[in-house]
Design a protein around this ligand. Structure first.
Ligand code: EPU
Length: 429
């Protein structure tokens, strides 16, 4: 196991290039199972969630050639298994997309309930509702979700909650169903549009992605394609907040500024400056303290829940008291205890955090409790006086390509240190 040792207090200055979007990649990779032919995926983020998924695809029979660090050639012709056991799914939540794609290709799937970051209760009832609407039968047995359909038939599905995962999973199953599927109250995140564009480039007929009504006319076959994944909105947002929090000046490159608007708007409220270019944004702040602002996370185009912990860190050193409300996840404030160890003044009541700004944070040993919490603690370490040691960095590496190298190139002082092995129980007794 490893930890990051951050020596804080340096302003981030320079340029950073954003990698491909994790939450698009983790849907598009499984979606290659639907293609009859070879897919070449470009701008694939080099992160551990992607390695986990490529390993799963290989175990199911796919041939994957690494063309370069961010380009993969995937041939799923020989995939024959519809069974994805717990050992494969426990490390990644997005393994639930294998239900939609295997159902689409084989009309049958048996996939273990997913693992991933612990962000409270995360049911998949809306995914199941969608599969059932397409005439599949679904049963849960021994932790496995068994889905089967003699024929997939297009239908109308109204999502009771706006769910990214359910919207994408239903799209994946519906692209080869008979007739038209309409998903109402669909999620609108940029990665939904990216998955739709990818499926359409394989020959699917998906309309309306990016709005709350998506229409999918089923087709008989999907073909191989070459496709470049969009830049990661959350990775970009993380560097934007890090730049603002350290009073730095950073050009964040390879982004789609439109996707960043909710983040840009909140950052401006804190007194940071954001300038937008065609495919980059520059973020800077003068050396005054950030201003308080309230943040409420909401499905896109609201402020993304995946940016909530990072933004909260910025508000811990703001002038005044800010209210942060989590409007998407059941529980996403576990990292607050760690920030308190660094001197932050935050009270949490359910889905609301009251953040009373303090003049400075102080370095401390802390533990990342999930991916975005880990990114937030890194930002806290950059801002804090002294040394912050962050354990649990495997979470961070699930979703941020080369984060240590990218931050060092902006002037951060971050080392990765290997932790001594924990004594076994027998040794400890
Ligand atoms: N929900 C249900 N029933 C369902 C599905 C979702 O009640 O069947 C609820 C969830 O409990 C949650 C809300 O709906 O309260 C939204 O969940 P959603 O399904 O949108 O989340 P997800 O698909 O499980 C994806 C991202 C998350 C991101 C959320 C919200 C992937 C692999 N994960 O999760 O990303 O937080 O959407 O935008 O795409 C991350 O990248 O750090 C991360 C956690």
């Amino acid at each position: 196991m490893e930890k990051f040792v951050v020596n804080g207090g340096y302003r981030l200055v320079g340029e950073v290039t954003v990698s491909g979007a994790k939450n698009a990649a983790v849907a598009i990779l499984p979606a290659t199972i639907l293609a009859q032919g070879v897919c070449v995926l470009e701008n694939v983020p080099n992160i551990s969630d992607v390695s986990v998924l490529t390993n799963i695809l290989r175990q199911l029979g796919a041939a994957i050639r690494v063309i370069d660090k961010t380009t993969l050639e995937i041939d799923t012709t020989n995939v024959s298994s519809c069974e994805v056991p717990y050992e494969m799914t426990r490390r990644i939540r997005a393994s639930y997309y294998l239900m939609g794609v295997l159902l689409g290709r084989f009309r049958k799937a048996s996939v273990s309930l997913p693992g991933g970051c612990d962000l409270g209760v995360r049911p998949i009832d809306q995914h199941i509702k969608g599969f059932e609407a397409l005439s599949a039968s679904v049963n849960l047995e021994h932790g496995m979700v068994n889905v089967e359909a003699s024929q997939l038939v297009g239908s109308q599905v109204y999502l009771d909650v706006v769910s990214v995962g359910a919207t994408m999973n239903i799209m994946l199953a519906a692209v080869t169903a008979k007739g038209m599927t309409v998903i109402e109250n669909a999620a609108k995140e940029p990665h939904i549009v990216d998955l739709a564009n990818f499926l359409n480039s394989m020959g699917a007929d998906v309309m309306g992605a990016g709005t709350d009504v998506i229409k999918i006319r089923g087709v008989n076959r999907l073909y191989g394609t070459t496709y470049s994944i969009i830049p990661d909105q959350i990775e970009a947002g993380t560097y934007m907040v890090a730049a603002a929090a350290t009073g730095g000046n950073v050009l964040v490159k390879n982004v789609i500024p439109k996707h960043l608007e909710p983040i840009t708007a909140r950052l401006r409220k804190t007194g940071a400056f954001v300038e937008e270019y065609d495919d980059a944004v520059r973020v800077w702040r003068d050396l005054k303290r950030p201003q308080k602002t309230n943040v409420k996370t909401m499905p896109h185009p609201g402020f993304p829940t995946d940016m909530q912990p990072q933004m909260t860190v910025l508000l811990t050193v703001a002038e005044g008291t800010s209210i942060v409300t989590e409007g998407v996840m059941d529980s996403r404030f576990r990292y607050v205890d760690e920030l308190r160890r660094m001197g932050a003044n935050i009270q949490v009541d359910g889905k609301v955090a009251v953040v009373e700004g303090v003049k400075e944070l102080n370095g401390a040993p802390v533990m990342a409790t999930d991916l975005r919490a880990g990114a937030a603690l890194l930002i806290a370490g950059l801002v804090a006086k002294g040394v912050t040691e962050i354990e649990g960095i495997a979470y961070v590496e699930r979703g941020y390509q080369d984060i240590q190298r990218k931050l060092i190139s902006l002037g951060a002082d971050i080392k990765k240190v290997t932790l001594p092995a924990e004594p076994s129980l027998a040794q400890a007794l």
